[in-house]
Design a binder for this molecule. Structure first.
Ligand SMILES: [Zn+2]
Ligand SMILES: [Zn+2]
Length: 314
């Protein structure tokens, strides 16, 4: 499924099989998760995709030796910039991202740099493993950025939050889930996954929060979440794109509250999270679409109509 121009639907196309270069593996795609970032790419909110582009960066594939490998968003780094050399390869100046700078997994075959592939835990089917690779991984990195926050707010209860909630409960944290106002189904889903309270993003939680993670790409939620924080709390913005953050009184930030973003992932995040997921155990809720229905899957995601994560299967 190919993006030729942002703002247009993907087009089903027959492309030549990709040829693996030095250090790359050729994978048969078994499943590819649909991420909100894919939606931002297709809609043109991220400015410089490779074009034409095969999107998709939560790829579960099998190589010629039968090894099952995951291909995440971080597809390549230069290894020698000031970020890479400090353990911050997620911020690499020269990074190339899967399904953005490199062709991704909305396809039957993909090539990937073997050094950036992650082994998939045996406990998961292909479909259930796919959302671990971004929703899970970047969600986990975001959760780590909340430190030891006990009372955790999750704004936007989609693919990422439904995984993070399970990890957070496993770590003994208290989870408060915020959905679109009136989304009773989403709130019930959050309670099912261990949230002790679930309500609309326009509601105040019954207790102060020590941290909040914003998965919804809505800048107006930054002051909303700050207003729900206890002193010393952190708001973590987990998405790659967000609408503008409106101005807000300094009083909301006062008291050593912080606002920060989380960008991309490191391979260490991948190893750590994929070791942890089967122990929790994280159970992903997926809705499977045939690859050729990628546009429908994206549309459903845009409309908020997916419970858990959408996954494409060729
Ligand atoms: Zn670098
Ligand atoms: Zn993603």
């Amino acid at each position: 499924m190919v993006l030729e121009r942002p703002g247009q639907p993907l087009r089903a196309a027959e492309l030549p099989d990709p040829g693996p270069g030095t250090g790359q593996v050729l994978l048969e795609v078994r499943a590819c998760g649909v991420c909100r970032t894919d939606l931002h790419v297709v809609e043109g909110e991220l400015p410089h995709p490779k074009l034409p582009l095969v999107p998709g960066h939560q790829i579960v594939g099998v190589d010629g030796d039968g090894r099952r490998l995951g291909v995440p968003w971080l597809g390549w780094t230069d290894g020698d910039c000031r970020y890479c050399t400090r353990g911050l390869e997620n911020l690499c100046d020269g990074a190339r991202f899967t399904g953005y700078d490199l062709d991704g997994g909305y396809a039957e075959r993909v090539v990937a740099d073997e050094r950036f592939c992650l082994p998939i835990p045996d406990a998961y089917t292909d479909e259930q493993a796919a959302p671990l690779l971004c929703a899970g991984l970047i969600g986990y990195r975001s959760l780590r950025m909340t430190g030891d926050a006990e009372r955790l707010g999750l704004y936007g209860f989609g693919a990422s939050a439904h995984i993070v909630a399970q990890v957070a409960r496993h770590q003994g944290r208290r989870v408060f889930a915020f959905t679109k106002p009136g989304d009773r189904g989403g709130q019930a889903f959050a309670r099912e996954l261990g949230a002790e309270w679930a309500g609309g993003s326009d509601e105040r939680p019954p207790d102060e929060l020590d941290a909040a993670i914003l998965f919804a790409p809505a800048g107006e939620l930054v002051p909303t979440a700050l207003a729900a924080l206890a002193k010393g709390g952190t708001v973590v913005c987990a998405g790659i794109h967000m609408s503008d953050v409106p101005s807000f009184p300094y009083e909301l930030l006062w008291g050593e509250r912080q606002v920060r973003s989380v960008a991309n992932l490191t391979r260490a995040d991948g190893d750590e999270f994929l070791a942890l997921a089967p122990q929790v155990p994280v159970q992903t809720r997926v809705e499977v679409f045939p690859l050729t229905d990628a546009n429908e899957a994206l549309e459903r995601l845009r409309a908020g109509g997916i419970t858990g994560a959408a996954v494409l299967v060729p």
